[in-house]
Design a protein around this ligand. Sequence first.
Ligand SMILES: Nc1ncnc2c1ncn2[C@@H]1O[C@H](COP(=O)(O)OP(=O)(O)OP(=O)(O)O)[C@@H](O)[C@H]1O
Length: 361
Amino acid sequence: MSIVQNAGSGGTGKNRTGAAPENGTGEARGAGTAGSAVLTAERPAPGFPADDGFAIVTSGLTKRFGSGQVAVDALDLAVPGGSVFGFLGPNGSGKTTTIRMLLGLVSPTAGDWRLLGTPMPGGAGGVLPRVGALVEGPAFYPYLSGEANLRRYDAADPSADPRTVSARIGYALERVGLAAAARKRYRAYSLGMRQRLAIAGALLGPRELLILDEPTNGLDPQGTREVRGLVKEIAAEGTTVFVSSHLLAEVEQMCSHIAVMRAGRLVAQGAIAELRAGEAVRIRVETPDTVEAAAVLAGLGLSEIRLGDGDVSAALGTGAAERVCAALVADGVAVRGLAVQRPSLEDMFVGLTGEGFDVDG
Ligand SMILES: Nc1ncnc2c1ncn2[C@@H]1O[C@H](COP(=O)(O)OP(=O)(O)OP(=O)(O)O)[C@@H](O)[C@H]1O
C-alpha cells in the first residue's frame, strides 16, 4: 500500500507504508449491526461472497475512541467496483476515521470489512499493494524536487520494487501531468501541483482502488479543478476511486455514487442517478391565471398543487411537461413561463436529515 499522510508542513509523510495500526481501544470484533438509514443502496449479499463486485464493503464498522466518543457507528458501506464514490459528510462526521480503518491505520472497535473482495485486516499484505491512498494531504520535503520526493516516498514502501522505481515514478508524474515539473523543487509547486504530486505518490504502482481523503481541501479553484479532472481521468481508466469530501457540489460533479455521513452514521448511499430518480420532479407555471391553471393541472391528475403569486406548481410525477403545456394553452391559460424543477441533491438530503448541508465548506 502506498499512503500519503500529512505529517505537518514539510513533513516526512510518516505512517505511510506498512503503518502499524493504532493499538486502540476496543479491539473486540464481531458482526456489526446495521444501524443506518439507507436511502438507496446497492447492497452486497450478507456474508461477503468472494466475487461480490464491490471494491469496498463494510459491515457494522465502528470506532469508539478511548474518550468514549463513537466516531463511526455501525457503518455498512458498499462501494461498487469501477465507481467514483463520494464519501460525503460535514467536518467531524467520521470520514477520516473510516478511511483510517479501511487502510488498517486504526483498529475498529467492531465490524468487518473487505477491500477488493479480500477480508481485512487479514488480507492486508496481499491487497494493500493494489490500493493507493492519500490521507490528509501532501507531506513532502519543500527543498527536494517532486521526483526526488517520490523516490524517497517509494523507498519507504516495502512492497515497492526498487528496480522499477524510475519507470514507476516517470509514469506517475506523467499521469498527474507533472512530468515537465519533475525537477522543480516542491516549494515552487502551486497548491494544485502539490496535491497532484501527492496523488502521484498514491499511483506509484498499478492501483485497482484509490482512496483519497479530502483531496481538494485547501486548494484554490484552479487546483480544485485540476484534482477533480485528474480523479475523473483515473476513474475512466478503470480504477475505483473512493473520495471523501465535505463539499456536496464537488461530489456531485465528480462522483457516480455517494454515501452521506452525519455524526458517525450513514444517512444515505447509492448511485447519484438513482438517488435523483427517486426525487419528486415538479412543474412550475408562471401565469396571471393561477386559479384556471391550477384547475387544468388538477384535471390532468397532478398532485401537490401550490398556488403562488403569479405562479402555480405541482408534482409532475412521470407526466410529460409537453402535455401540461398543451392542456394549459388549449384551456386559454396565459402561460408566461414553464419550468421543470428537479430538486438538487442538497434538497434531497435536507429532506432526509431535516437539516441543511455544508455545501460551501
Ligand atoms: N484520535 C482520536 N481520538 C479521539 N477522538 C477522535 C480521534 N480522531 C477523531 N476523533 C473524533 O472523531 C470524530 C470524527 O472525526 P473524523 O476526523 O473521522 O471526521 P471527519 O469527517 O474526517 O472530519 P474532518 O473532515 O474534520 O477530518 C470527531 O468528533 C473527532 O473529534
